[in-house]
Design a protein around this ligand. Structure first.
Ligand code: PA5
Length: 448
């Protein structure tokens, strides 16, 4: 397992010297992380997790996944932010964005509780009609409004469909070991529970039960996923940017930031990576976007988005952004383009070539075009889209994010800004305890 991190197509903006100059800060940041001496050091459980996880719980996750596979047509996964993005990213990447439409012997999986949209809930309730269902509700705090509302609705549905004893077997709760309303409810109703470790924050939790139960229920080999992450845990401890891609990546993105770039655009040429990019956006956005600092993470799937955002990136992107392409050397599948008599569509020059060959030429052509336009291009080169490689990539990115955040001078493990909208929403909804703020907020909105 390895990742090749290529910076040579960014050199006109960030030189090898620029990167080397940030090496001492990157090394210091890595030491801060390893020695647990930085801000947020109570949330570093993910650093050793791939090799040091709860094996008893891991076995229970696999058993629960087997039960889910054998007893339902649909698994409803309820959670928001770090409590759903990782699982969805891994399932879409390793199975497919069309997973639910594939022929398979595993249940369809729907993610809900990540919006407050009544239409999404209504639609899913109707999809569940005449189907056997299981529910996995995931919330570290156990109090987040979006999943809590969805859980009320789907818990009711489970109890409508099954006897109380049967219903209790079909509900799985992933939450804090001891506290929170979800834990209390699960204990009182006898639902099986899985733990979000105290020292692992939501966006770093995909390799805990948070991600692993839905991932295992989709038929993905979670042993291999963990093995890949465990290899990465061994691999990224070098003390120079030359022998540690984590240090190099963290240094180069800070070098871009110091040169005034505001955005990192995560790019994939495989649509199955679109949700992985969403996971990256949360990982970096919540970890670094604070104290007025941080690169804004955005994402594109090419060549799709070359036909929407390509114009902007080519001609106006240079002052704003750089791109990081996650590239897989071996495609999951391939398709040979056939020769056609008459060549009416003019495509016979591609006859006998594979679609992955054409995709790679699109990547190379775009790289040259965008660098000509002044947009720096980084490449994270991976071998193939497999369980091991994705586990490896997840851990690699978590570590890049932590080291990069420490170089930037922020606490990468808190998210104080997420609370502001919640406070306002609770006050406007009239939640007990928020009475004082309600009137002021309604005046500001002009609704009283
Ligand atoms: O990364 C985070 O901490 C957040 O995105 C949380 O995962 C998200 O807010 C959901 O929180 P909870 O799992 O407590 O419901």
């Amino acid at each position: 397992m390895s990742i090749k991190f290529v910076t040579s197509h960014a050199e006109s903006i960030v030189s090898a010297d620029d990167i080397k100059r940030l090496e001492p800060q990157a090394v210091a940041a890595l030491e801060t992380l390893n020695n647990k001496t930085g801000e947020g050091s109570d949330f570093l459980g993910w650093v050793t997790l791939p090799q040091d996880y709860d094996k008893e719980e891991f076995a229970r996750i696999k058993k629960a996944a087997e039960y889910i596979k054998g007893n339902c047509d649909i698994l409803i996964v309820i959670g928001i932010g770090g409590s759903y993005l990782g699982a969805r990213a891994v399932i879409e990447c390793l199975k497919s964005p069309n997973y639910n439409s594939l022929k398979k012997d595993t249940p369809d999986i729907y993610f809900i509780g990540n919006t407050i949209s009544p239409s999404m809930v209504t639609e899913l309730v109707s999809i569940c009609e005449d189907k056997d269902i299981c529910v996995n509700v995931i919330s570290k705090s156990g109090t987040t409004t979006e999943p809590a509302i969805a859980f009320r609705i789907f818990r009711d549905l489970v109890y409508k469909k099954y006897s109380p004893e049967e219903a209790a077997k079909r509900i799985f709760c992933t939450t804090d070991r001891a506290k929170g309303t979800l834990k209390a409810l699960a204990d009182s109703e006898g639902y099986e529970t899985f733990v979000v470790p105290d020292d692992v924050g939501g966006r770093f939790s995909v390799l805990t039960a948070v991600g692993l139960l839905p991932i295992a229920a989709s038929g993905i080999d979670i042993d291999a996923l963990m093995q890949g992450a465990a290899e990465a845990q061994n691999d990224f401890n070098g003390k120079t940017v030359e022998d540690n891609a984590v240090l190099k990546y963290a240094a180069v993105r800070n070098a871009f930031y110091n040169k005034g770039k505001k955005l990192e655009c995560f790019v994939s040429y495989e649509p199955c990576m679109a949700m992985f990019n969403e996971w990256l956006k949360q990982l970096f956005g919540e970890s670094e976007g604070k104290d007025g600092k941080g690169l804004f993470p955005v994402s594109c799937v090419f060549s799709t988005d070359l036909h929407s955002l390509g114009q902007y990136i080519q001609e106006s992107g240079s002052s704003l952004m750089f791109e990081t392409v996650i590239k897989f050397n071996k495609p999951k599948d391939d398709f040979v383009i056939t020769e056609q008599e008459g060549n009416i569509d003019g495509l016979n020059f591609l006859a006998g070539k594979t679609m992955s060959y054409v995709n790679e030429k699109a990547r190379q052509g775009t790289l040259l075009a965008h660098t000509d336009g002044g947009v720096g291009n980084l490449v994270v080169e991976c071998d193939e889209i497999s369980e091991k490689e994705i586990g490896y990539l997840i851990y690699f990115y978590e570590k890049v994010c932590a080291v990069s955040g420490y170089i930037l001078g922020v606490n990468p493990f808190n998210q104080p800004g997420v609370e502001s909208y919640k406070k306002n929403m609770f006050a406007l909804l009239g939640k007990p305890g928020y009475e004082n703020e309600k009137e002021t907020l309604e005046k500001r909105l002009g609704i009283c």
